[in-house]
Write a protein that binds this ligand. Structure first.
Ligand code: GLC
Length: 797
């Protein structure tokens, strides 16, 4: 069963059956302000931090799901009937009213047709010079499709949030009396006195015919957003209060001749009356059109940096639009703003952020670089990374003297620093490839010499930060000589404590490969000698101690017991160790073929590869929390999406393009559009996990959008399956594709030049480049041009 379809020309996903079992979400905003919004206009906004600066309120994990939101209601003044432009919150029966939602790139559009009236509401946040005065626009159009004159009221409604999420969920004895509403210049202004200069507004491009600033007055007692009193009566009460729950509700009366359309704009932003006035002036109808056009051009330009045309329609759709978009959104909003992570945490998860920034350096180089600098600052002198930290706290200078008595918890730098015991063994290792992929993209080798402070003390060049991470990991080895797992490795639930992690060992080797490539580009011979030696030693140790004859162990517990042994009944084959053994290059070819066959045999499902199998069923804290997670869920035998692309890379390194595509196809959300009764999640975004074979809900996907699965899917598909990889001084095109493909085309912009790539596969091989032609001449390599358009022809064979 399907609930929607892809409109590729508009770059929209169209939900034409809006009674979806789970919210389908989208993200608005490309700078500081963000909104997560469902296909029913449910969701919330924030500025910079969903934890510390929430603008609108959300009732997480609630019933009905995804309420409240950024709503527009219409009321027929003659009949008294009313409805919302998004299907919820009024939820009209769908046999009478036609509803549709369209999620586009950084905007969402809601449509309804009922009672002879067509209503449309577009939500978006314009890009602003400097991004300083962000505002969300509700662009509403109402058309009279009946043959008589109609009198309507249009209502815009938002429920304001107390900025601090803890204040919004508790400590009401303070928040309800230090926040209130007033009216300025036609705008509803919400003030939060427990902070310094904290105001937010909701305004329209009109003089309102009605107004409410207090939630209870708009909604009315024992009612909900489904039947708000103010809308039902057709008259708002003009409520304002010093205290209580502030809202913004504005009413505009319109009359429409048959066939006539009118447009009404609402603005949601931070600041008070003057900010509202500025928004109204800047985004009048023409300004709103201009801003929407700019947003589209912004995405056109960004998507244009890599466009592919392969024989695989859903792969094109994913790489050219949705997968890239999801990866961008992750770099921008970094995880803690969704319907799952509802803003209770803030800052950056070390490993997640590093991987996000590694995967799309061509998309938003400035943002990736900013993230990398923040992570470098979040590294301890000893070499490990702060697992979760708020860069704003690390960077905080002098405070401004304002102290809120009880309400705002003071985040302080000291309590954010943690010792080795709490370090995750993989965190800082991801930073090395992230830095290096970004430098390969930009070509700016001087970045390695930039000096950046450590989180605790001192400072070092970027180069020495990387060495600190490598040195830390090479020193942290256990009794078998394999790298320790510490609190956890990539798998948060495999808490090996004093045990050893195969995955970290292989990741360390991979990070060293990147480092050595950079060292070669810089001619740093001493470093090459030292780290090549350390790497060779670790590779040998891994091959000797982790190979069980058919596949690689996942590691050893603190008691030295192997995880992933051949005779194990639970947790027998694991994705992380086997894929990384190949990706790192540490496995011999024979070992690689054998262990990836085991992955196929034990972990493959039509919904993607499971993380491990069989699932753990016996509690064992020496293995970790994973044994306490239900079988088939999350890290215990679910189809955890994030590591799936590691298997695509591994198969590409082994030259098995058909196998890589089999794995890719199983996970690809776009492929599952007509299986929504099982998948239950948006088909345009990778989800964190899909219930595995050992769970009754096998195939059900959970936690969309905010997941590192996206960046990795993009990275693996573009760099390894299509094989387009920037290096320090040249571009590599080394595809690994299904034998039946005749080839593909791609356009890649890189360092000021444009490469028009055409791959031909007349002999129907899976891998191998027989001839490279650059601008019509046979070449050994593809140079790094600095300008111009260049044709690249790759003949496989
Ligand atoms: C979640 C975490 C990520 C971790 C993964 C596996 O996605 O955000 O950091 O690597 O789970 O445990």
């Amino acid at each position: 069963m399907r609930y929607g379809y892809f409109d590729d020309a508009a770059r929209e996903y169209v939900i034409d059956r809006v009674d979806v079992p789970q919210s389908m979400t989208n993200y608005l905003g490309t700078q500081r302000m963000g909104t997560v919004i469902s296909h029913n206009a449910g969701g919330y906004s924030w500025l910079d931090s969903p934890q510390h600066h929430r603008i609108t309120r959300f009732r997480p994990n609630g019933v009905p799901m995804d309420w409240p939101g950024h709503y527009v209601y219409l009321r027929d003044e003659e009949s008294g009937k009313y409805w919302s432009v998004s299907w919820q919150p009024t939820g009209l029966p769908l046999d009478g009213a036609k509803y549709e939602a369209r999620h586009g790139l950084s905007y969402s559009r809601f449509l309804c047709e009922t009672e002879g009236i067509r209503g449309e509401q577009i939500l978006f946040i314009p890009r602003e010079e400097g991004g300083e005065d962000p505002v969300e626009i509700f662009d509403v159009r109402i058309r009279n499709d009946s043959d008589r004159e109609r009198k309507l009221s249009v209502f815009g409604y938002v429920e304001f949030s107390f900025h601090e999420i803890d204040m919004d969920n508790q400590n009401f004895q303070m928040s309800l009396y230090a926040a209130g509403s007033h009216r300025e210049d036609g705008a509803a202004v919400c003030e939060l006195h427990y902070e310094k200069d904290a105001f937010q507004f909701f305004a329209g491009n009109f003089e309102p015919d009605g107004f409410d600033g207090v939630r209870e007055s708009f909604i009315g007692p024992y009612r909900t957003e489904r039947n708000p009193l103010g809308v039902e009566k057709g008259a708002l009460s003009g409520s304002l209060e010093l205290g209580g729950n502030p809202c913004g509700a504005l009413q505009k009366k319109i009359t429409l001749a048959p066939g006539e359309e009118k447009r009404v704009l609402f603005y949601l932003g931070t600041g008070r009356g003057d900010a509202a006035r500025k928004a109204r002036e800047r985004y009048d109808e023409a300004g709103c059109d201009r801003a929407f056009g700019e947003l589209r051009r912004f995405w056109d330009e960004k998507l244009g940096r890599l466009q592919v045309s392969t024989p695989h329609e859903n792969m094109n759709r994913s790489l050219n639009i949705w997968n890239f978009y999801q990866s961008e959104v992750n770099v921008l909003f970094s995880r803690f703003s969704s319907f799952i992570e509802v803003g209770g945490r803030t800052g950056l998860g070390y490993r997640d952020t590093a991987q996000d920034a590694m995967c799309i350096p061509h998309g938003e180089p400035a943002m990736c670089e900013k993230r990398i600098r923040q992570l470098l600052h979040g590294q301890m002198r000893a070499g490990y990374g702060l697992h979760l930290f708020d860069p704003a706290v690390l960077e905080k200078g002098e405070d401004d003297g304002f102290k809120s008595p009880t309400v705002i918890p003071e985040a302080d730098k000291k309590s954010m620093l943690h010792g080795i015991k709490d370090a995750c063994a993989d965190d800082a290792l991801w930073l090395i490839p992230a830095i290096i992929e970004n430098v390969r993209e930009s070509g700016d080798l001087s970045f390695f010499d930039e000096v950046i402070p450590f989180a605790d003390e001192g400072e070092a060049t970027v180069w020495d930060h990387m060495k600190a991470a490598l040195d830390f990991s090479y020193a942290q080895t256990g009794s078998h000589g394999v790298t320790k797992g510490l609190r956890a490795d990539w798998n948060d639930c495999l808490n090996l404590g004093g045990g050893e992690s195969a995955m970290v060992a292989f990741l360390l080797i991979w990070a060293t490969n990147h480092f050595l490539d950079a060292a070669a580009a810089l001619g740093r011979e001493e470093d090459i000698a030292k780290y090549a030696r350390l790497k060779a030693g670790m590779e040998e140790t891994c091959r000797e101690t982790l190979w069980n004859g058919e596949w690689f162990l996942r590691g050893f517990t603190a008691y030295g017991r192997p995880i992933g042994a051949r005779d194990a009944k639970e947790g027998k084959v694991h994705m992380e160790s086997n894929t990384w053994a190949v990706v790192s290059g540490a496995a011999t070819r024979e070992m690689g073929l054998s262990c990836m066959d085991a992955v196929d045999e034990w972990l493959y499902t039509p919904w993607g590869l499971m993380l491990n199998a069989p699932s753990f069923v016996t509690l064992d804290d020496s293995i970790g929390f994973v044994t306490r997670v239900y079988p088939g869920v999350k890290e215990n035998g679910a189809i955890f999406s994030h590591p799936n692309p590691w298997a695509w890379v591994a198969e590409c390194m082994l030259g098995r393009g058909g196998r890589a595509m089999k794995f890719y196809d199983a996970l690809l959300p776009e492929n599952q559009n007509d299986k929504m009764e099982i998948r239950q999640a948006e088909p345009y975004s990778y989800c964190q996990f899909i219930m595995g074979k050992d769970h009754t809900a096998f195939g059900r996907a959970r936690h969309p959008f905010m997941t590192g699965s996206s960046g990795w899917a993009y990275y693996a598909a573009t760099r390894y399956m299509l094989g387009i990889r920037p290096g320090f001084d040249g571009l590599t095109v080394d595809p690994c594709i299904p034998a039946e493909w005749d080839g593909f085309e791609a356009v890649r912009k890189w360092r000021g030049a444009e490469y028009r790539i055409r791959v031909e596969n007349p002999e129907h091989v899976e891998k191998g480049v027989r001839r490279i032609t650059v601008d019509g001449k046979v070449a050994e390599t593809i140079p790094a041009f600095t300008e111009g358009i260049h044709t690249v022809e790759i003949l496989m064979g």
